[in-house]
Design a protein around this ligand. Structure first.
Ligand SMILES: Nc1ncnc2c1ncn2[C@@H]1O[C@H](COP(=O)(O)OP(=O)(O)OP(=O)(O)O)[C@@H](O)[C@H]1O
Ligand SMILES: [Mg+2]
Length: 325
């Protein structure tokens, strides 16, 4: 049993005057201790997938099909007490823009100490000691001094380390990291990714790392899932996916990065991610796909196993060799 297993997850958001099917067939699993990347263009549903795992939905949103199993709990149908035990405890989370997520009016060590007090029931003194120690663990130099500073006195990289310290206070089995290094310079990005990797290895903590940067995935993740327009269209071991992508969308993503590295103008895949009122009954990538054919317009491809990878594409429908038709 994987630690986290998402099967055929569907999520809709209804508001007066608008109705969107934002997730329609997310399939994903994360084993204990492994780091899995979740990639895809803006608007593909990565953040909503992470929010679903925390059962933290925007107003008007509801699950319409599928399951999320985490460590034996069915998250979509969990009661308030079960959710309480998961959020911050069994599942930690960090997001983009750490400074915005911190309270600007309190020293950072107090904010970390609050987690120890709330989550583990430590008294004030013990919580503060634990917080200073955790700040040291996540690589804040001189934590007894830096910890007493306010978020605006710390760099973006330091704020993200504080967020990591808060997220792992209760020793979670899974860390959700949603674009944790976006906006940081390359050196800081590298340091934060190394921190996450080290923590994962030291504590056997699994990580779902959301990013749209394939270089980050190559550096950090054992496996990767590629999302497009509300579903996972391809997944597998990182090396395999990056060296032998199958889905034309993944091929396009990788070519765009290769073009950038070769100093060419970034050739993004032409077009934008579509939005759907209902789960589509055709391939969601059909309008942008250079290899689309008739079947793609009338039938949605299902994710299926192929040589240790999984791909949702009619090009591979009848083959077992991994070669496209
Ligand atoms: N609160 C909301 N209300 C309505 N629609 C939403 C809401 N949040 C997200 N969406 C829509 O759901 C889709 C997926 O959004 P999501 O934020 O999960 O994408 P993402 O992959 O995280 O993108 P990015 O890379 O920009 O962070 C988008 O079309 C978005 O407009
Ligand atoms: Mg997002």
């Amino acid at each position: 049993m994987p630690l986290l297993s998402i099967q055929d997850l569907h999520l809709e958001i209804s508001r007066p005057g608008s109705h969107v099917s934002v997730l329609h067939g997310v399939n994903l699993h994360v084993d204990a201790g492994e780091i899995v990347g979740l990639v895809g263009e803006t608007g593909s549903g990565k953040t909503l997938t992470a929010m679903s795992i925390l059962n933290l939905l925007p107003s008007g949103a509801r699950f319409t099909a599928g399951v999320i199993h985490f460590d034996g709990v069915d998250i979509c149908r969990a009661d308030a007490e079960q959710i309480h035990q998961l959020r911050g405890r069994a599942i930690g989370a960090i997001f983009q823009q750490p400074r915005a997520a911190l309270n600007p009016t309190r020293p950072v060590v107090d904010q970390v100490a609050d987690r120890y007090a709330d989550l583990l029931g430590l008294g004030r003194r013990a919580a503060l000691d634990a917080a200073f120690e955790q700040l040291r663990q996540v690589g804040i130099p001189d934590p007894r001094v830096r910890g007493k500073q306010y978020p605006h006195q710390l760099s973006g990289g330091m704020c993200q380390r504080v967020m990591v310290a808060m997220a792992i206070a209760a020793g979670p089995r899974l860390l959700l990291a949603d674009e944790p290094t976006t906006g940081l310079d390359v050196t800081l990005q590298d340091q934060i990714l190394r921190l996450i990797t080290n923590l994962s290895q030291a504590a056997g903590m699994a990580v779902l790392l959301i990013t749209h940067d394939l270089a980050v995935v190559a550096q950090t993740c054992q496996r990767v899932a590629v999302m497009y327009a509300g579903e996972v269209v391809e997944s597998g071991p990182t090396d395999e996916i990056l060296s032998r992508p199958k889905h034309p969308y993944t091929v396009g993503l990788i070519e765009a990065v290769a073009g950038l590295e070769a100093g060419r103008r970034p050739e993004a895949i032409p077009g934008v991610v579509p939005r759907f009122r209902q789960p589509p009954h055709f391939c969601p990538f059909v309008d942008r796909c250079p290899r689309a054919f008739d079947r793609c317009r009338v039938e949605r491809p299902q994710l299926r196993a192929l040589n240790g990878q999984e791909v949702a594409c009619h090009l591979y429908a009848e083959t077992t060799t991994g070669e496209a038709r």
